[in-house]
Design a protein around this ligand. Sequence first.
Ligand SMILES: N[C@@H](CCC(=O)N[C@@H](CS)C(=O)NCC(=O)O)C(=O)O
Length: 209
Amino acid sequence: MILVHHLRVGRSVFTVWLLEELGLDYELKLYDRLDTGRAPPSLKDAHPLGKSPVIEIDIAGERLTLAESGAIASVLVEHFDPAHVFAPPRSDEAAFAKWTNWLHYPEGSGVLPLIFKLLTSRAGEPVNPIVDAFTQGELDLHLGYLNDILSAQNYVCGDIFQAPDVGVTFLAQMAMGLELLADYPGIASYLQKNMSRPAFSRAVEKTGG
Ligand SMILES: N[C@@H](CCC(=O)N[C@@H](CS)C(=O)NCC(=O)O)C(=O)O
């Protein structure tokens, strides 16, 4: 049985969402944030970094602990999506390469400017001209990039919802929470469409967000 260590409220709801899309059975262990917003120390019992998501999963007879959202998604579809609903087959080499690129985008490049924005906006006043200019420039770049793509097609890999959309929806939700989507209607409508999927609602309901 897959065990998910889920920190409320946070990005591991997106891992739970993928489990729901795949129709898998899993157990949840829930953690609440401290008043500081950080994870409780007990999450370090699951993984030394003490962050979420963390999943424990049996692969080839070994119990593994995985703690990177993109890698978790990759392992889940590799083992539990034989019909290739959420990923193209590896034999479709070009589609698989494009899919892999998108699977790594959220944690590889996409989240950084949003984290900077989250932290600098918490400060409540300009932080540092270099940091502020970097943050704004990167937000313009990434949100503009995503908006162009999502205005031209329904999902990041084309017209079918696939596993990379889970991570990109995480970025879109974070951008919405930071009130950054007014000028990006393509991202905003993509977010609404994905959040209305029944599997997303089940994930939110089961985890508490
Ligand atoms: N690279 C990890 C990032 C994990 C991460 O930063 N998780 C956040 C959840 S929003 C966390 O646990 N933060 C709590 C803390 O750092 O105290 C991934 O791919 O998911």
